[in-house]
Write a protein that binds this ligand. Structure first.
Ligand code: RUQ
Ligand code: CUA
Ligand code: CA
Length: 641
């Protein structure tokens, strides 16, 4: 650190910066809602944030026309319920992948193929049309992304979706049984037992809201019945492998590089069912799951099931886990209502941010394993640092050079701090200056991630900060504001704010990965679609009583059928295969008054089923501009009365 003089030493005895107790929560709520930025804090004077204009914009931030971004960003979208793909560092949005919610552009929730993935009720309508995606992570191999899959949560309906990263489409959605408020998600990075499996085979999911188990409506007033489940989903089959019943709740999730440990931070050890109750204790917990032991317990038949679910549920409660040598779960005490648990790229530490405590807690994984082995007597000794970093710390990213970057929601700042220095400070060396830099962001950051952050290949180039409030940073467009994702250059000692970009509300977590880790295909393989119409000559109307199949192909600028005839009341399944093989040659298919619209990408097949209940002539037309004769690309659907 060559700029130590600029940075004040770690503050001690800052009254306002001590743990925020319940009495201070009114103030917390105020700061969230108002435009004033932590004006009352006596924050350790951060080095003044340089105005972006003082710095030359490094080459490559805004790609020149035709240039590509060096990184993909995989973004959650919050309550728009989709996944977004961005180019980083430009922040250009390239794609939205509908997962949990319908999407008119591509016909997600309209085609039979997408409805099958989303799930339907008996009458064929969608089970759910809302979603809330917060956390997305991609599959690993050898500690880095392998470009197979990404997973994303739906907090509202406790579903996990998988996205294939070859085609950037959602291919499976699984319900987590007996879970409400499914929040954090993290794939494992290796198998705890078989060292040959050095890639993701499990995805861990945290259930945030405790509910009575089973949730029958009878036990609302029996606190002892309320529990949360930590779930493990098979990465390939997407079936729920097992769940762990815990005391308190889960929030976010992390996994270790050796596959032996997964963790969840927990803000409601109080098991409060009212807002105030959840903040009554000074400390909460970060739970560590011993994955090999959990799976052994399942194998040994030491589990229960709840309600209709067949998923084995093992006992991870305090009561059942007192003896370290047999414990499945370790409850590590961390300060008040922690948020975020993040794994450092050197594979040594998990970091829990304090949220209602101005601290970050560093937990050494080797010591957690020692505790499980009976070699460490006091579980508290797994904590190697608990240091003050600023107000409202939430999420942490890493640069691969030993530094952590934590969002300070209340301070509207990013703080860069050095993990080994923090450990030294905690051990008693008060001269260890662990805070390296502070930078104001705009405003109130929630999530943060750095390029390749939670991989062994963390490269310390870019930091993206998900600011929850944009306030005055963009042209005003009425009451609903875009959020502000800020791009910060972290390649030097000081963080440098490079760019703002607006995002439609409201993304949470995201990852940033080198573009060559993904190998997307831009044309489908026709064989992936069982209904593919391989030869345009197979097109036609095929009747079986009232059930009618219409087979059509598209090839710019025409559909294979110029018209097709139906009778009122027919149950129609229309199958469309796009025979174009040219990259980017997508066609659309819309049927007026029938609420049908979808696209077929090159070599893709999609189908829709509907009742021909309105007689008349309906011009089905291509919605996706494909050719000079795009407007002429139509076919007549004639429904006879
Ligand atoms: S959690 S700030 Cu899902 Cu932090 Cu979003
Ligand atoms: Cu085909 Cu437009
Ligand atoms: Ca609490």
């Amino acid at each position: 650190m060559n700029h130590e003089k600029d940075i004040p030493s770690t503050p001690t005895g800052m009254g306002r910066r001590n743990f925020i107790n319940t009495a201070a929560l009114a103030g917390l709520a105020g700061v969230v809602g108002c435009t004033e930025k932590s004006g009352t804090t006596t924050a350790p004077a951060a080095a003044p944030a340089p105005a972006a204009s003082e710095h030359a914009v490094p080459a490559g931030v805004h790609p020149k026309p035709g240039e590509l971004d060096p990184y993909y960003g995989i973004w959650s979208s919050g309550h728009t319920g989709d996944m977004r793909i961005l180019g980083i560092p430009s922040g250009r949005e390239l794609l939205r992948i509908p997962c949990f919610v319908p999407d008119a552009l591509v016909g997600w929730g309209i085609t039979n193929e997408s409805k099958k993935i989303m799930g339907t009720k008996r009458d064929g309508s969608l089970r759910y049309t809302v979603g809330d995606t917060h956390h997305t992570h991609a599959s690993y191999k050898d500690g880095n992304y392998d470009g197979r899959y990404a997973w994303i949560n739906d907090k509202i309906n406790a579903r996990i979706a998988r996205v294939r990263l070859d085609y950037f489409i959602c291919d499976k959605i699984t319900d987590l049984p007996n879970v409400q408020g499914f929040h954090g998600i993290f794939p494992d990075k290796a198998d705890p037992v078989d060292p040959k499996i050095n890639y993701t085979t499990r995805v861990f999911c945290g259930g945030e809201f405790s509910i009575p188990l089973p949730n029958t409506g009878k036990d609302a007033d029996k606190p002892e019945k309320y529990h949360s489940l930590f779930s493990c989903v098979d990465a390939e089959s997407m079936e729920v492998r097992w769940q762990v019943l815990i005391d308190g709740n889960c929030d976010l999730v992390a996994s270790s590089y050796d596959g032996k440990l997964a963790a969840t931070n927990q803000y409601n050890t109080e098991m409060g069912v009212h807002y105030e109750d959840m903040m009554s204790a000074e400390r909460d917990a970060c739970l560590f799951f011993n994955i090999a032991r959990v799976e052994q317990a399942v194998k040994d038949g030491k589990f229960k099931t709840y309600g209709d679910s067949k998923v084995p549920v093992v006992d991870g409660t305090h009561e059942g886990n007192k003896d370290a040598k047999t414990a499945l779960v370790a409850y590590v005490s961390v300060p008040k209502n922690p948020h975020g648990v993040n794994a450092s790229p050197d594979a040594k530490y998990f970091i829990c941010a304090g949220k209602l405590s101005p601290t970050a807690t560093v937990i050494e994984l080797a010591k957690v394993l020692d505790w499980f082995d009976g070699k460490l007597e006091k579980l508290d000794d797994v904590i190697v640092a608990e240091v003050e970093i600023g107000l409202g710390p939430l999420h942490t990213a890493f640069d691969g050079r030993g530094n952590a970057y934590t969002t300070l929601f209340l301070d509207s700042q990013m703080v860069k701090w050095n993990i080994e220095a923090a450990i030294k400070f905690h051990a008693g060396d008060k001269s260890a200056k662990y805070v390296v830099d502070r930078l104001d962001v705009h405003y109130q950051p929630g999530h943060v991630n750095a390029s390749q952050s939670e991989t062994r290949a963390a490269d310390g180039k870019w930091l993206a900060v998900g600011c929850k409030f944009s306030k005055d940073r963009f042209l005003p467009v009425g009451p609903m504001h875009a959020e502000n994702e800020q791009i910060i250059d972290i390649s030097g000692d000081k963080m440098v704010l490079i760019a703002d970009h607006p995002v439609r509300s409201e993304p949470h977590d995201f990852i940033i990965l080198k573009r060559d880790l993904l190998r997307p295909k831009q044309i489908y393989d026709m064989n992936e679609f069982p209904l593919a119409i391989k030869d345009p000559k197979e097109s036609g109307v095929f009747r079986n009583g009232k059930k009618v199949t219409v087979k059509i192909t598209s090839q710019a600028p025409a559909f294979s059928l110029r018209e097709f005839k139906l009778k009122k009341g027919d149950e129609v399944t229309l199958i469309l295969t796009n025979h174009d093989k040219v990259e980017d040659l997508t066609h659309g298919f819309a049927i007026p008054k029938y609420n049908v619209q979808f696209v077929v990408n090159p070599q893709e097949t999609a189908s829709v089923t509907f009742i021909a209940d309105q007689p008349g002539v309906f011009w089905c037309y291509c919605t996706h501009f494909c050719h000079a004769l795009h407007l002429e690309m139509r076919t007549r659907m004639i429904v006879e009365a």
